[in-house]
Design a protein around this ligand. Structure first.
Ligand code: SF4
Length: 494
């Protein structure tokens, strides 16, 4: 359940076509849609102007010729307002230089984006279709892959890094083959999903954080590693759509960090060092203090009780507090209990003020696959389509465990965004759909090069808060088919 926008009291007059546009664009800016149409105050006019600017930008993104890639005559062009697909922050302000096949981030990127855009350099690795290491035509490779999948009794689909169209095609193929599917990032995703399934959560959106949050409490030190531009884009000192003067912001970091994040100098920052495995204990201790309990311990996970009490008081005094974490960083047994503690802390704060959770992180379109799988099958990942109905089991259908225990007899691995994400070592027949340049250090039974969404062809991916789906553009002439095209061709041969 997402938290209602209780403080949104300012109201504006909106024409019906603007309201309809909001609904149609589905930008995820929930707060905009919740502005009630009554008052004509000066601030309302400002908000309406900001709203129109946002909608215009969104509309430009959605209508900017997304499907027509650049041809060879478009060399040395600067491409602007590009959506980056290389982490789930999905920054939509990148500028790239296009020169033949070569793409280079020219502005507003990060090291992760720079590597992603340069993914298809010439050189070592796999660049052409192969059967057992021998070059072949794509048609021959697809025919051979169809034979391998057709002979399998318990195929496993892994990796699954692709856009919405690729995910839909893969689920159709999985349904046809009776396959089990498990995204390469499932272990991290499930730390959040298990909490949603068990007790629910109250979360907010990136837009709300950017425009309204005044206190951001971060459990862990991994945001920059997983989303390098998070602080720059979402939590800085000078941007707010709904206020002339943004709220004074404060950042509280609890985790195993080595340096303060690069935040705006106007943001008051407090660093509280502790081990990653102690984060759940600290959140539970803070909740106990919030609820008026008396803690016997002087310290929790190395942090003094007084220090935690100060944090609790700061969150209680906030107008819009946010508790954030990155599930991929919580790589220890039963880390979902730590996530649950973060969520319960945020929930308890709502007794007297407003506070929401903010799960961050994600790459290789893990949120995208989970969304598509959920609307197609009812489950986000680790699901078998072998029976009469989808069967979800996060332990039984753990792909790595299935391979280890010989419970799969063919593996289809898809990684369209990252040629470093290769399949686990296995002796069973392995079919790989990957971007050119993959260097697995071994041969696959079938390798099929595929295009990268957002570089070679248009597509869609979900942002980490899953309220916005971002349109990707084709930036250059694709040399290989999209995952969806390859999978559909495979399905036709079965
Ligand atoms: S932070 Fe993520 S989405 Fe933004 S430019 Fe870097 S890799 Fe791309």
């Amino acid at each position: 359940m997402r938290q209602p926008d209780r403080d949104c009291r300012t109201t504006v007059v909106m024409a019906p076509h603007v309201i309809a546009l909001i609904a149609r664009l589905n930008t995820g800016m929930r707060s905009i849609g919740m502005i009630r149409a009554r008052s004509e105050s000066a601030s309302a006019t400002r908000e309406l102007r900001a709203l129109k600017d946002t909608l215009t930008t969104r509309q430009k993104l959605l209508t900017t010729e997304p499907t027509r890639p650049m041809d060879e005559q478009s060399r040395d062009m600067m491409l602007r307002d590009i959506v980056c697909p290389f982490c789930s922050l999905c920054c939509d302000d990148l500028t790239a230089r296009h020169n033949g096949r070569h793409l280079e981030v020219a502005d507003n990127g990060c090291a992760q984006a720079a590597r992603g855009f340069a993914i298809e350099g010439p050189g070592e690795g796999l660049h052409h279709a192969q059967i057992s290491g021998t070059p072949c035509t794509p048609e021959e490779a697809i025919s051979h892959a169809a034979i391998l999948l057709g002979n399998a009794q318990q195929p496993l689909f892994g990796g699954l890094g692709t856009d919405v169209a690729g995910a839909r095609a893969l689920l159709r193929l999985a349904d046809h083959c009776g396959a089990t599917f498990d995204h390469m990032n499932s272990s991290a995703m499930l730390r959040n999903l298990l909490v949603v399934q068990d007790s629910g959560w109250m979360t907010t959106t990136l837009t709300e954080v950017r425009n309204r949050a005044d206190v951001l409490l971060v459990f862990g030190a991994g945001i920059e590693q997983h989303m390098p531009r998070f602080y720059q884009r979402i939590f800085n000192g000078d941007e707010s759509m709904f206020a002339e003067h943004p709220p004074a912001r404060e950042l509280v970091l609890i985790g195993n960090f080595t340096a303060a994040p690069p935040v705006d100098a106007s943001i008051r920052t407090t660093l509280i060092p502790c081990s990653t495995t102690g984060l759940g204990d600290i959140a539970m201790g803070m909740r106990a203090l919030l609820n008026g309990a008396t803690l016997q311990a002087e310290t929790i996970a190395g942090v003094s009780r007084e220090r935690l009490q100060t944090c609790v008081e700061r969150l209680q005094a906030a107008r819009y507090g946010v508790v954030a974490w990155t599930a991929a960083e919580l790589d220890f047994p039963h880390a979902e209990l730590a996530v649950q503690a973060f969520c319960e802390l945020a929930r308890s704060l709502n007794a007297t003020t407003r506070c929401s959770g903010l799960p961050l992180g994600g790459n290789n379109a893990d949120h995208t696959f989970a969304q598509v799988a959920t609307w197609q099958t009812g489950y986000p990942t680790r699901t078998s389509l072998a029976g009469a109905r989808p069967e979800y089991d996060p332990v039984k259908y753990n792909g790595e465990r299935m391979l280890r225990d010989n419970e799969a007899d063919a593996l289809l691995w898809v990684s369209a965004f990252d040629n470093r994400r290769t399949p686990p070592h296995t002796d069973i027949p392995t079919i790989v759909l990957g971007p050119p340049g993959m260097q697995p250090g071994r041969t696959f039974d079938v390798f099929l090069p595929v295009a990268t969404p957002g570089l070679d062809h248009a597509g869609h991916v979900f942002r980490c808060d899953t309220v916005a789906i971002l349109p990707l553009r084709g930036l250059r002439q694709a040399e290989h088919p999209a995952v969806s095209d390859t999978v559909n061709a495979l399905l036709k041969r079965l």
